[in-house]
Design a protein around this ligand. Structure first.
Ligand code: NAI
Length: 377
């Protein structure tokens, strides 16, 4: 059942709640279209039996593009020549556990994941970190995996982005897909700054654009306070009502992040939120942390959109989430070290995309991304 041309995708924590909802989206063509895919499901020993049951279900779906499903507890097997690595498994917060202890427990896991992928994964592998604390876990993994460019890593803030889109759409009484370019800045935590007012816009069915700042001009109190609080605390609210953390929406967001980043790209003039390694000091944020920015995606790469004008209010919000990320980094500094062994430069959108390149259509971008995926096999 193996297929040497299949995209090799490793998913850690595959037996968990998000894993269960995510696997069909990876296997059924939602993310990688008609490309054959091979799944390597990574778990800890106590979950391997349940994971084997999930594997049976995946096979029973008879997905046409699914060439092989492997279950393992060994990261070296899961990551061997992997093209895409999705890190969902992590240490859960236990009752009474201090945040610093949670961060350190996870850093140990993500440091060893980084070492394993450094040893055996494709040097072109793309790595998406979902497990919390997502930004700092991502920093730990990319610091260790020095053979893989830091630009190939990202932590998930797509779910926060989608939550923000929905809240704005609901407030304006429009459909969520008509709301564009909201941004999640900073950490995937309660200090994040969900921002509708810097560059966000509504596009009507007939293609007419109106800035969200104008549309919300009489509702600024809501946009600057309630909206921000709702999105920052949405994960907690779901837990309170559902009795369990977000899984379906987190899996959808994971799939959408991979699809936009690696396959479809963003449409002309549109951005998504991605937490990426900031070695350039975008928007005045100090380099050395994984920070969520507005990004454009093309040809399997992300580019931070750099020309937005931040209000003083927004700059203050960015400072809050930036200092939390540095506190997290400081809490794990001894475990992670200070820098990558080999630095890899990040190319910005403005310096790498010419006007004609940025006019490339979505289908051309999708084709190029598919080519990129094939070439990384
Ligand atoms: P879960 O507890 O249902 O599943 C986690 C799975 O990871 C478990 O099956 C566990 O056995 C496995 N695991 C633990 N340590 C592992 C290791 N070292 N190697 C491989 N597997 C390991 O949790 P759920 O709901 O699936 O959430 C997963 C993570 O995603 C959590 O850290 C959660 O906080 C985070 N999350 C992130 C979101 C985001 O937007 N970035 C949104 C929602 C959740």
């Amino acid at each position: 059942m193996t297929n040497s041309t299949a995209i090799k995708i490793a998913i850690s924590g595959a037996a968990g709640n998000i894993g269960y909802a995510l696997l069909p989206l990876l296997a059924n063509g939602y993310v990688f279209q008609n490309q054959p895919v091979e799944l390597r499901l990574l778990e800890i020993p106590h979950a391997i039996k349940s994971l084997t049951g999930t594997r049976m279900e995946l096979l029973d779906c008879a997905f046409p593009c699914l060439t092989n499903v492997m279950c393992t507890t060994d990261p070296l097997k899961a990551f061997e020549d992997a093209n895409v690595i999705v890190l969902v498994g992590g240490f859960p917060r236990k009752k009474g556990m201090a945040r610093k202890d949670l961060i350190q427990a996870n850093t140990k896991i993500f440091t060893s994941m980084g070492q394993a992928m450094n040893e055996v994964a494709s040097p072109n592998a793309k790595v998406l970190v979902v497990a919390n604390p997502a930004n700092t876990n991502c920093l730990a993994a990319l610091t260790e995996a020095s053979c893989i460019p830091s630009k190939n890593f990202c932590a998930l803030t797509t779910l926060d982005h989608q939550r923000a889109k929905f809240q704005i759409a609901n407030r304006l009484g429009v459909r969520a897909n008509r709301v564009k370019n909201v941004t999640i800045w900073g950490n995937h935590s309660e200090t994040q700054y969900p921002d509708a007012l810097t560059g966000g816009y509504y596009i009507s069915e007939s293609g007419e654009k109106s800035s969200l700042k104008t549309l919300l001009a009489n509702d600024l109190e809501w946009a600057m306070n309630d909206f921000v609080n709702i999105v920052q605390n949405r994960g907690k609210s779901v837990i309170e009502v559902r009795g369990n953390s977000s899984a379906m929406s987190a899996a959808m967001a994971t799939a959408d992040c991979l699809k936009t980043w690696l396959v479809a790209g963003t449409k002309e003039g549109e951005t998504v939120s991605m937490a990426v390694y900031n070695d350039k000091g975008y928007y005045g944020v100090q380099p050395g942390i994984v920070f969520s920015f507005p990004c454009e995606c093309k040809h399997g790469e992300w580019f931070v959109k750099e020309d937005l004008q931040l209000s003083e209010f927004a700059q203050e919000k960015l400072k809050v989430t930036e200092s939390e990320l540095f506190e997290e980094r400081d809490a794990v500094q001894e475990l992670v070290g200070t820098s990558r062994k080999r630095s890899v430069s990040i190319v910005s959108a403005s310096s790498s995309m010419t006007t004609s390149e940025s006019e490339v259509s979505l289908s051309t971008a999708a084709e190029s991304s598919a080519q990129f995926l094939r070439s990384s096999i």
